[in-house]
Design a protein. Structure first.
Lengths: 181, 181, 181, 181
């Protein structure tokens, strides 16, 4: 199984990074820090006779890494009760990939599994639930198997380390991922 | 009452634009098409000793229009079961405004009211609900009065015009807004 | 099309009754006031070798009326952010009907359509959303076509009549139902 | 701290009971099996000039035990994507307690903390979320501090014991409760 984590955080050494590192401890996996790539918001050409044209940014670089995986980890801080703009810009562009003649995006994605990782403060265990539901709808739409979600509590850098509840959850998923190898 | 609609759609003449136009018929109001502005994803400097520095994009232009309003309409197509990346990038940057010494963002925003407008296909009346909840959490966090939400059904351009259910809802809110003038 | 409304309210002349009456104006339909029947909470015998035995209450009377319909309206006040206990007791007993050899409950139910009607005070347009989602999950599980939902604002008796937003919605659904006749 | 678990399951030796037992291992606490009490659905007299009269059932017996606690555990199987009818009938009757002159229900409840325990099959980690949100709304309305929620996977009796994810969560909350003693 090939595993890739997409990190939607906008900073280094943050809680999202900590959770991804814990989750993947002792596991061969790739991590893509979305903030290090330029991915433009989508320009919707779905109903345009010419369709989508090429966009001069890093989307193709990132999506080509995604296509090649078995398990995707969508790891994001809870920004304004949703995934970060970095991650949303990336996901929005899937509408373009769905019409890309170079690959059969829907079929390829439907063979993958996904796990959602969300970290935030301010009663995150409740307030992340709309995002958990959004991820579920996204996975369902693409036929991706929804493995589950992990919610961590932490706002200031590294504070998620003190959340012993998420620590247990991350161990569970770490073992789960190890068994898929 | 000053009214501003923020349109998160990535295309002209779309269903979002149609809904905004219907809502505001006969009302003096401004519309900001977010796609016409460059707004970068946030780079989180909340926990950085230097804090946020100036960003070379159009965020300041847009937020300065927002600050001056009484009622905000957040109008977005349902992209991947959330607000569009254009709109998410804009909202994410509020974290920066919360630390901007030039104005008291929290107090100014807490004096506003907001209405959410969402349009999409694929069982939108159900699948928009996580976004309705996300908007509610955003408004609550900022102390913005949550007027309500309007969900419209339409995916291909202009098809929302055939949704007679949303037509009635838009008339209701149009009259509501007229009475505030 | 045969239409039946299940009214979960615990009082006469309430807002739920008003919404049901408005919805069905000029339409031939039946109404079952669940409070007038004794329906015991389920005793789960799914995993009992003997299975479910007969229960001495009115469940059979009500479910036999339900089986015979094309469109079901689940109308309930929002009690503690869910359907009323009267209605929940009734729905819980479906687990028994799923194992009832006298009819093929799942197949019969999967041929029906359903509309949810919810009325409450205290920011009902937001706070009814978990119940809207619960109804959707129930309908999906049974294969019932989910027509949609109507949320009305009113707590004291008859106050929903002042909610002009729901009035428009009820007119829309009244016309929808008329066209199915 | 006095701890009481309300078990909404309709059977003995079920998954809910197993979760409650695990949660409370080594802790002095009471358990009320709601199925062993007769609690009628509410008859709404809030807007009746005479108000609520006495009801001839076991509600008073149960609520008097509840009043005396510091931490309440609401443990329920996920029946039709909500709490069981047994538990819903009980909670609905709080509307009566809010008007009971013998005690100040709102104030007494607002001094408590609550934890929600939900167990079910069929993708329970997703499908329990509306109920998690409903519990949060209930606690917020009463001013009860919302400690959190535990979701367990299991449908046939005792199968939740195989859910190693919830095992970790239950250990976390067991330690949490021990520290409150």
């Amino acid at each position: 199984m090939k595993i890739l984590a997409l990190n939607g955080s906008s900073r280094d050494n943050g809680n999202t990074e900590y959770m991804v590192t814990s989750l993947l401890e002792g596991i061969e996996a790739s991590v893509v820090d979305l903030r290090k790539y330029t991915i433009n918001p989508i320009i919707d050409k779905r109903h345009d006779p010419e369709g989508f044209g090429p966009v001069d940014d890093d989307y193709d670089t990132v999506i080509s890494q995604v296509l090649d995986q078995d398990i995707l980890v969508f790891a994001t801080p809870l920004y304004w009760y949703g995934m970060s703009g970095h991650m949303k810009n990336f996901v929005d562009r899937w509408s373009q990939s769905l019409r890309d003649p170079r690959y059969d995006f829907r079929t390829i994605m439907s063979e993958k599994k996904a796990l959602s990782l969300i970290v935030g403060g301010d009663r995150v265990y409740q307030k992340a639930l709309p995002l958990v539901q959004q991820f579920a709808l996204i996975y369902d739409f693409m036929g991706i198997e929804n493995l589950g979600y992990v919610i961590g509590n932490g706002s200031k850098p590294q504070t998620v380390q003190a959340d012993r509840r998420v620590a247990g959850d991350l161990r569970f998923w770490n073992e789960y991922l190890k068994q898929t190898m």
